[in-house]
Design a protein around this ligand. Structure first.
Ligand SMILES: C=C1C[C@]23C[C@H]1CC[C@H]2[C@@]12CCC[C@@](C)(C(=O)O1)[C@H]2[C@@H]3C(=O)O
Ligand SMILES: O=C(O)CCC(=O)C(=O)O
Ligand SMILES: [Fe+2]
Length: 367
């Protein structure tokens, strides 16, 4: 119970000063009962998992085929030789660390507004769960200038410069990855009018910090979700925590590989590919000794473009499985339906109908 009425009405009462805690508070103690069932598939004992998310060298002449295969089977992969300089990754990591190590009262000056997207706070998906997550985040959509001024009144340009450079480089990589992913489906990027080489998608950056946790087995860093993006490019520091759900094996850890970036398929690419590239459920777990930092580049189409299954992928035996949606509209569906957002834009399939091309039966209900 909040001790003062003013605490109860503060929008950011959930933000904790993690560093001062010796024990996991009840508010952050997850049990299998209060986590949604999608969070609890049979967990694979680490030793029994022989497969792991593919690591693809983008300089490999077969990169396109390898990317296509990884998108169909895993919904995630790691990339090497991606063209992003190590020094930029080091700089984004250290600026992220310095942000999260500011005093709580300072970080709260850049708090995300109740109806806003950008700023500092708990995970946006927190409202769908009765327990809180062991993490804090900072979201950037558009210019970070105003929030950076609140955080570092004397030195905001440093942060803004790094973010700007990171966005520019990631935009290029995201375009290149889209080209490989579409190419592997037999579609030229130029044939998708908003995705051509000189077109710019929209994007957000999410900095995540997962402090060391006194009771990691009962805590959740970031609960299982899919991203509402076309694709997400994730930089993780040298501490593992990211897991993706693989139907047969349960949760599979995506280990940090020095110099690699993780790519995962989001719901809009799932729609665009008519289910050929299923979006992947993923989550972040925490550990007892080390702070973990990750930076997600959430890449989507220009916000008002309608995304629907590509017509080249459709024929009478492969009808469209989803209705057209804009990114803005889909983010609204996610905020309302969370992990059921994709089914909320699904079209009805006749009883005799066809299932998703990759047989992801649990996602396509025949009604
Ligand atoms: C452009 C986006 C995509 C958002 C919302 C908005 C800004 C922040 C993104 C994330 C980042 C963390 C997971 C997620 C699920 C969340 O809660 O915030 C993402 C969400 C989505 O992919 O739906
Ligand atoms: O921190 C991670 O490994 C995952 C972060 C993530 O899924 C996100 O920001 O969308
Ligand atoms: Fe994510």
């Amino acid at each position: 119970m909040p001790s003062r009425v003013s605490d109860a009405i503060k929008p950011h009462k959930h933000v904790l000063d993690f560093t001062s805690l010796q024990e996991l508070p009840e508010s952050h103690a997850w049990s299998s009962l209060d986590s949604p069932s999608s969070n609890n598939p049979p967990t694979a004992a680490d030793s029994s998992v022989s497969e792991s998310v593919p690591v693809i060298d983008l300089d490999n002449p077969n990169a396109q085929e390898l990317v296509g295969r990884a998108c169909k089977t895993w919904g995630a992969f790691q990339v090497m030789n991606h063209g992003i300089e190590t020094s930029l990754l080091d700089r984004i990591e250290s600026t992220g660390k310095s942000l999260f190590s500011l005093p709580t009262h300072q970080k709260l000056k850049a708090a995300r507004a109740a109806d806003g997207v950008s700023g500092y706070g708990v995970a946006r998906i927190s409202s769908f769960f009765s327990k809180l997550m062991w993490s804090e985040g900072f979201t950037i959509l558009g210019s970070p200038l105003e929030h950076a001024r609140q955080l570092w009144p004397h030195d905001y340009n440093h942060f803004c410069g790094i973010i700007e450079e990171y966005e520019k480089e990631m935009q290029k990589l995201a375009g290149r990855l889209m080209g490989l992913m579409l190419g592997s489906l037999g579609i030229a990027q130029e044939d998708v009018d908003w995705a051509g080489p000189n077109k710019e998608g929209a994007a957000a950056i999410q900095l995540n910090s997962y402090p060391a946790c006194p009771d990691p087995d009962r805590a959740m860093g970031l609960a299982a979700h899919t991203d509402s993006t076309l694709l997400t490019i994730l930089y993780q520091n040298n501490t593992s925590g990211l897991q993706v759900l693989r139907d047969a094996s349960g949760w599979v850890t995506v280990p940090p590989v020095p110099g690699a970036l993780v790519v995962n398929i989001g719901d809009l690419l799932h729609i665009l590919s008519n289910g050929s590239y299923p979006s992947v459920l993923h989550r972040a777990v925490v550990n007892r000794t080390q702070q973990r930092l990750s930076v997600a580049y959430l890449y989507g189409p220009p916000s008002n473009v309608q995304i629907s299954p590509l017509s080249k992928l459709l024929d009478p035996t492969h009808p469209p499985l989803y209705r057209p949606v804009t990114w803005t509209e889909y983010l609204g569906a996610k905020a309302k339906h969370f992990n059921e957002a994709l089914s909320s834009v699904q079209l009805c399939i006749p009883r005799t109908g066809l299932v998703n091309q990759n047989n992801v039966e649990n996602r396509v209900e025949i009604i």
